[in-house]
Design a protein around this ligand. Structure first.
Ligand SMILES: Nc1ncnc2c1ncn2[C@@H]1O[C@H](COP(=O)(O)OP(=O)(O)OP(=O)(O)O)[C@@H](O)[C@H]1O
Ligand SMILES: [Mg+2]
Length: 432
């Protein structure tokens, strides 16, 4: 261990000699200066463990020196022992009030100096040790808190991921199950169409060959409105095919939504992602007893396929769109039906490409976000929704996916009572 260092500030050569001898013999590292000004100067370059300070000196006296030392936070906790004449009681009080730890009376008694110096160095070391321990403990506590928060966030994220992947699996399963019967229906309708055409042709052959059919046949033809039936049947089949094509489209969309992400980015169509997410949320957009259907207005620009994690981007769209629907419904609670009809619920989705940046804005005309919480909405676990309705993770996860996984930005703009716009910007690598 290095020896403790002591700075002696005194202008009397006898005192200096005496102090130097005794302290040097005791093994301390000693520096000596002869005035308050010199002491302050010295403290710029060294940090002694203790200062022995004479009160009466030419230039600034010991008290002023002490005041200036204490004023500098770097030196404020160096213990100072004043040296003053035995009779000057007032000096001792002033010194102690200025923050000195002790005083030594002159003429100097060697044993007294050693005893006081050792006591205060011991005290200072203990104090330092204590500070270190407290600081360590505070640090450990902060670290523990950080670890706990990180753990909680990870746990929530896991739950959310699991929910998304469970939803994905469910959706993928449903899409898969729909596929077989739809394939069968499509094929059957196609065959039925041909069979019906054949039958109709055959029937007209009959009509041409036997223009005057027996009465029961003619009566039945009139009853069933044969002419209309023959004209309508192909149309009916055509619409049936249209319907199965739509179901096929839905099934494809469901699979687009639920596609599992690989470790690498893949090229994907953003509009397919948005459409499939809207499809999943369709049940929430529909009219209900409190309001008419939420209108979704799409304004899709000309976008190339972009390298991304499509499943994760769908999660972003899902979280933002679900929030928009929540915001509309929360706004609807405050309004009467005619007010809602006068300013109907709308969600506008706009996409564009500018300077190799894909921009997607999702705007609602819901209740908006008050200024005070705008800065918090992207924080983990921040929610204004009742327990069970919101976990406060949607936007935190969306932000993370956009910013960290896609090097993009997610920003919000909102006006209370007017609505909210979320803007996603994702840079794409320019085509070579
Ligand atoms: N479109 C919006 N309009 C108004 N407020 C919004 C909108 N989107 C988000 N917010 C506010 O931001 C908060 C945080 O949103 P976030 O999606 O992170 O969590 P949440 O929706 O409350 O819960 P969940 O984890 O279920 O998504 C919401 O509670 C809401 O107050
Ligand atoms: Mg949400």
């Amino acid at each position: 261990m290095s020896s403790n260092s002591i700075l002696i500030v005194d202008d009397t050569p006898n005192n200096i000699r005496l102090l130097f001898d005794v302290l040097d013999r005791a093994g301390f590292d000693i520096s000596v200066v002869k005035s308050g000004e010199k002491a302050l100067e010295k403290l710029n370059s060294i940090q002694p463990d203790l200062i022995l300070l004479d009160v009466m000196m030419p230039g600034i006296d010991g008290f002023e020196t002490c005041r200036r030392i204490k004023a500098n936070p770097e030196n404020a906790d160096i213990p100072i022992i004043f040296m003053t004449a035995l009779s000057e009681t007032q000096n001792k009080v002033v010194g102690l009030q200025l923050g000195a730890v002790d005083y030594i009376t002159k003429p100097i008694q060697v044993e007294e100096v050693l005893a006081r110096v050792n006591t205060h160095l011991g005290l200072r070391n203990t104090q330092r040790q204590l500070h270190r321990e407290i600081a360590d403990r505070i640090l450990a506590e902060v670290e523990l808190k950080q670890t706990l928060t990180a753990l909680q966030q990870m746990q929530m994220q896991l739950v959310q991921n699991e929910k998304m992947s469970a939803l994905g699996n469910l959706v993928a399963g449903v899409a898969h199950e729909i596929n077989n019967p739809i394939g069968f229906l499509n094929g059957s309708i196609h065959n039925t169409k041909e069979h019906i055409q054949d039958l109709i042709r055959h029937l007209s052959l009959y009509q041409q060959s036997y223009p005057s059919a027996p009465a029961p046949i003619q009566e039945n033809a009139a009853d069933i409105d044969l002419e209309f039936l023959i004209a309508d049947l192909p149309k009916l089949l055509h619409s049936m095919q249209g319907a199965t094509d739509r179901i096929k489209g839905i099934s494809t969309s469901l699979r687009t939504f639920s596609r599992a992400d690989t470790e690498y980015k893949v090229k994907a169509n953003i509009h397919d992602g948005l459409d499939s997410t809207l499809l999943i949320l369709k049940y929430r957009l529909k009219a209900n007893e409190h309001r008419p259907e939420i209108q979704v207005i799409k304004d899709y620009g000309d976008l190339p396929q972009i390298e991304c994690f499509p499943g994760q981007l769908n999660q972003v769209f899902m979280n933002i769109l679900a929030n928009a629907i929540d915001a509309l419904d929360e706004f609807n609670i405050e309004r009467k039906l005619d007010e809602i009809k006068a300013n109907p619920n709308k969600i506008k989705i706009k996409t564009s490409l500018d300077n190799n940046i894909v921009k997607i804005t999702i705007a609602d005309n819901g209740k908006g976000i008050v200024e005070e919480i705008k800065s918090q909405i992207f924080e983990h676990l921040f929610t204004t929704k009742p327990v069970g309705q919101g976990t406060g993770l949607g936007l935190a996860i969306a932000h993370q996916i956009v910013a960290e996984k896609h090097c993009g930005t997610l920003n919000v703009n909102s006006q209370v009572g007017k609505g909210t716009v979320f803007a996603i910007e994702i840079p794409i690598v320019a085509a070579a």
